[in-house]
Write a protein that binds this ligand. Sequence first.
Ligand SMILES: Cc1cc2nc3c(=O)[nH]c(=O)nc-3n(C[C@H](O)[C@H](O)[C@H](O)COP(=O)(O)O)c2cc1C
Ligand SMILES: [Fe+2]
Ligand SMILES: [Fe+2]
Length: 399
Amino acid sequence: MNFKEIKDGIYYVGTNDFTTKLFEALWPLPLGISYNSYIVKGEKIALVDCVEISQSNKLANNVKSIIGVRHPDYLIINHMEPDHSGAINVLRTYFPDMKIVGNAITLDMVRGFYGIYDNLIEVSDNDTIDLGGKILRFRLTPMVHWPETMITYIEEDRTLFSGDAFGCFGALNGGIVDADINTTPYFPEMYRYYSNIIGKYGKAVQRAFSKISDLEIEYICPAHGPVWYEEIDRVFSIYNRLSRYIGEPGVVVAYGSMYGNTAAMADAIAIRLSSNGIKDVKIYNVSYSHQSYILGDIFRYSGLVIGSPTYSGGLFPPIENLIAAIKNRGLCNRVVATFGSFSWGAQAVKTMNSMLENCRLLNLDNISSVESKHAPTPSTIAACYHLADRLSRNLVSEF
Ligand SMILES: Cc1cc2nc3c(=O)[nH]c(=O)nc-3n(C[C@H](O)[C@H](O)[C@H](O)COP(=O)(O)O)c2cc1C
Ligand SMILES: [Fe+2]
Ligand SMILES: [Fe+2]
């Protein structure tokens, strides 16, 4: 068997990107990223999803290595973000007669981004295209991650091409299907990918889940990361929990500190959380850890503690950024606490509490806080322990 064949007539032809430093010019890619693209061969041939522009020639060569001198009859576009659509115009120089298939919003973007007006086929929700031996069915799943997003399903193969949904950062290391590889490194990257890229669209992901609930699924072919076969249940459960903003037991302590006072409070809180039996306690100094990693764990865990010194009458800037990112994604259902240090006019805790108001669990009437004037005293540290105890109790009662 060709190792790129996922199952009869379905082939992987995607590419790895190990050179882009920041995905979307924002998110570091220490493990690279894959842009997944698939050939589906019936009597006719479809290419499902495309790749980023710099990978265009590689994609064309991969396609040729599978189908020889034939051309794909169709290019199915599940998602128009340029990490999946960038190669379209180059591909058309190789395969000029290939029909581009998308819904009305997709085709509007195809015209607008790429100036393409011919060979377009518009599909609506639940429409099908018969390849001869394999029927492609399309379901619209708007806002997972853009408004034109859709998924493609092949009933004969119980295979779902899910676009960004169920994807993760991390290039593929030779193997494609989860059963053939060690998937351990992909799961932390799935939290980071979901929280940063899709995190705002939890409701849309939930709607997409109900849109595919009637489908029998044996293989999930996402647009990034491994093809899921053995670990579909685990992947569904992660995406399901994250999109409902339900955390696992554990606490993120994210703080900023210029001169160590807020940092000392963070340490005291983390030590007490740990001695209360909470195993997953993650301290982050926001000036040194990239925000994407902090956000990944904030989405993962149900406890959230944020610390900031008062800085020029407001928040320490990276903390302000972090909270803006949390709010932008509509994070909720968290047991939240805040702390900070000031010298002449306390502002940080007050500001954080009002910004984080909507993130807390609705059954908690306020956010626990400690604020220290100057360096923390023994009584400040005792207040930090008390805060950690209260947080631990509320966290435990949630599970
Ligand atoms: C650049 C700068 C701006 C500050 N602005 C304020 C302020 O507006 N109000 C205030 O009460 N303290 C202000 N402070 C004092 C700090 O909040 C205080 O020293 C605090 O203990 C610092 O915490 P840290 O050691 O965790 O950085 C400022 C300190 C610095 C260095
Ligand atoms: Fe996307
Ligand atoms: Fe993508």
